[in-house]
Design a protein around this ligand. Structure first.
Ligand SMILES: [Zn+2]
Length: 237
């Protein structure tokens, strides 16, 4: 079920992790090598992937008992029908390292559930704009800020700051009046109207929107949608 090239990669990932003893360093190296989750097996033997590894998918791979030739049935391990592709010694050493890792810390990156995090760029300078929040007089204010505006001494960028809600509403408004063939965009607009928030809305935004450019000088918003997958979306309203 796993071909030799894939088996070689799986072993490579185990060895990398054993050497680095860190998911972060391993993920960086996988990114550098361009190794994605493509064609790896999950615990349930369903193929998944094509995406970059993340903390979760890497840990899942490293703790996959199939790779050592075992299968789990009702909580117990049994020797599987397939030969393992990772040496039992390596597999066990990796398991020990995995278990000793500190518990994952929630990433602060998008704790605000900012709709446009990772999608928004400043039209004035081309840099990414990131979500921030501050609390003032017990009220929380969310905004997006241009990176070039954050370095003292750098040239001031007129697009450096925009209140998050205003911009998000404007983006949704644009989508509402936009391409009706775009199923992911329709879904996002619908979810926003229904009051969906947090990670779910962020995921929908990521599925629909390729990028958003905000021009702080003219307050113009330019949205680029993700391409519609072939055979989807057309003809439906
Ligand atoms: Zn800028």
């Amino acid at each position: 079920m796993v071909n030799e090239a894939e088996a070689e990669r799986v072993r490579g990932i185990f060895q990398l992790f054993e050497k680095n003893r860190s998911t972060e360093c391993t993920l960086e190296e996988l990114q550098r090598r361009g190794w994605t989750t493509k064609a790896w097996m999950t615990q349930g033997q369903k193929p998944y992937g094509g995406a970059s590894f993340n903390e979760h998918s890497l840990k899942r791979l490293l703790s996959n008992e199939l790779y050592v030739g075992s299968v789990r049935y009702q909580g117990k391990l049994y020797r599987g029908e397939q030969k393992g592709i990772v040496a039992p010694g390596l597999w066990t050493r990796v398991k020990v390292i995995l278990e000793a890792l500190p518990p994952p810390v929630a990433k602060p990156r998008n704790k605000n559930g900012a709709l446009l995090q990772g999608l928004l760029r400043c039209a004035c300078c081309g840099k990414a704009m990131t979500a921030r929040a501050t609390t003032h007089a017990e009220r929380r204010y969310r905004y997006y800020v241009c990176h070039s505006g954050r370095h003292a001494g750098g040239s001031p960028c007129p697009g450096h700051y925009v209140p998050a809600q205003t911009l998000e509403e404007s983006v949704i408004e644009h989508l509402r009046g936009g391409n009706l063939q775009h199923a992911a965009a329709r879904k996002l607009v619908k979810a926003y109207a229904a009051g969906t928030g947090g990670p779910e809305l962020v995921a929908l935004a990521g599925a629909a929107i390729h990028s958003v450019f905000y021009d702080g000088a003219t307050q113009e918003v330019t949205i680029r949608l993700r391409p519609i997958p072939e055979g989807a979306g057309a003809g439906k309203r």
